[in-house]
Design a protein around this ligand. Structure first.
Ligand code: PMP
Length: 445
């Protein structure tokens, strides 16, 4: 997508995939790659799963597609109930979509309609973080904080108020709590200046994924945001497109923090790469108001079709049956420990952060000042290409708005074994050693 010209300049042509099994993919030349990032943090069960295949084929044999105004369908009802169950009933209404962007759009529109329905039409804008990523469609782009993506479309998007989140790597406050308190105070001031009565919702990822490379926001900050939303009468939308359905060792990342959103969106891992399926979860009282006002003015053709929902259901059942949340916690500890050990050996690794099987590794030009590499050096593409040569796929991101440096995500399938984590770390170690040599060669020339 946006980064692709950089990849083509920075490295050899992409390999052509042949087939995949478990945590590995093979190209047509017979080379094997360990999927260290689950595709786009989406193939959460690994590849070639017979159980998912069987569930999908069984559904295909019955009926692949029905439209929601014509039929109820059992997989949609079952997946809806399953998702509500994953929140312990805290969110008890589900709206299906086919992607993360669609899920975010749906959340933004439902939240706006809620306030129109309840006599507060002056609530017309959102608050979100910079940097952040919430999707490619115009509504989702409006709450996204990433200038290169936003720039061509500013005349078309409804831009949110963008505020900084906490940065536990670069802040210069007395300690982390003081930092969070200052960030929250500044956010409060920004909202007060803009008019709290104009805000529909605060939109954010509980843990940064594709935007900030695994940056944790922490309990103090998330509780502070929840309190601000309550005080100002706006809603809290959590974007769990990437963190949802087990990625961080709980069904949803918010469950680590004791903070419950009013709306939650999830996608990627729900279909686990087998079929596109996403969902918006919210509370019944919100839906009731919108329905009483004439219904939700929104919907997509493929939403909630039987095949999509049968896939999502099979994914959730597999995570339960195989105890994958426990695996994520155990393998996450092992992976985090291993990544930190690698960081000790390479000065250009500025920061390793994450939770469960969502880890980010940030690269810096100068570890003392934490200065990022100059953006034009495309270090994110360089390290990714080296890892690929060593048979490891990682998910790269470049410096964002000068806030975070080049980084890559290590987010293997939730099914990864202890031995496979070791293989991942060995391959990464080799790629990092080659990156060391490339830096040394550049310095010498
Ligand atoms: N929100 C977040 C947090 C994401 O990571 C992504 C995808 N990277 C999206 C939304 C958009 O999802 P999709 O690409 O499925 O539209």
């Amino acid at each position: 997508m946006t980064d692709s010209p950089l990849f083509y300049q920075a490295g050899p042509a992409l390999p052509e995939v042949s087939h995949a099994e478990g945590v590995s993919l093979w190209d047509t030349q017979g080379k094997e790659y360990l999927d260290g990032c689950s595709g786009a943090i989406s193939c959460n069960l690994g590849h070639g799963r017979q159980d998912i295949r069987d569930a999908m084929l069984a559904q295909l044999d019955r009926v692949a597609f029905t439209y929601r105004t014509q039929f109820e369908n059992a997989p949609a009802l079952a997946l809806g109930h399953a998702l509500v169950g994953l929140t312990d009933g805290a969110l008890d209404k589900v709206f299906f979509v086919s992607s993360g962007s669609e899920a975010v759009e749906s959340a933004l529109k439902l939240a706006r309609q809620y306030f129109v329905a309840t006599g507060a039409p002056q609530r017309r804008r959102f608050v979100s973080l910079r940097p952040s990523y919430h999707g490619s469609t115009l509504g989702a782009l409006g709450v996204t904080g990433y200038r290169p993506l936003e720039a061509p479309f500013t005349t078309l998007t409804h831009a949110s108020l963008k505020v900084p989140g906490p940065d536990f790597y670069r802040h210069r406050d007395a300690d982390d709590d003081a930092h969070v308190d200052r960030v929250l105070a500044e956010t409060r001031a920004t909202i007060e200046a803009a008019g709290p009565e104009s805000i529909i919702a605060f939109v954010l990822e509980p843990i940064g994924g594709a935007s900030t490379g695994g940056r944790l926001l922490g309990e103090r900050y998330l509780k502070g945001v929840r309190a601000l939303c309550d005080e100002f009468g706006c809603l809290l939308i959590l974007d769990e497109v990437l963190t949802g359905v087990g990625r961080t060792g709980t069904w949803f990342a918010y469950q680590h923090y004791g903070v419950t959103p009013d709306l939650l969106v999830t996608a990627k891992g729900l279909g686990a790469g087998y079929y596109p399926v996403g969902a918006l979860l919210t509370r019944r009282d919100i839906v009731t108001e919108v329905m009483a006002s004439g219904g939700f003015q929104h919907g997509h053709t493929y939403a909630g079709n039987p095949l999509a929902c049968a896939t999502g259901l099979a994914v959730i059942e597999a995570i339960r049956r195989e105890g994958l949340l426990e695996n994520v916690r155990a393998r996450g500890e092992q992976l985090g420990t291993g990544l930190r050990a690698l960081a000790e050996r390479h000065a250009w690794v500025g920061h390793v952060r994450g939770l469960g099987l969502l880890w980010g590794v940030e690269l810096v030009a100068d570890p003392a000042t934490r200065e990022p590499f100059p953006a034009e050096q495309n270090r994110f593409a360089q390290i990714t290409a080296l890892a690929r040569e060593e048979g490891l796929l990682v998910y790269p991101r470049r410096t964002l708005d000068g806030v975070a440096g080049d980084h890559f995500l290590v987010t293997p399938p939730l099914t990864i074994t202890a031995d496979e984590v070791e293989t991942l770390l060995e391959r990464l170690s080799r790629a990092m050693a080659r990156f060391d040599r490339a830096l040394a060669d550049e310095a010498a020339s």
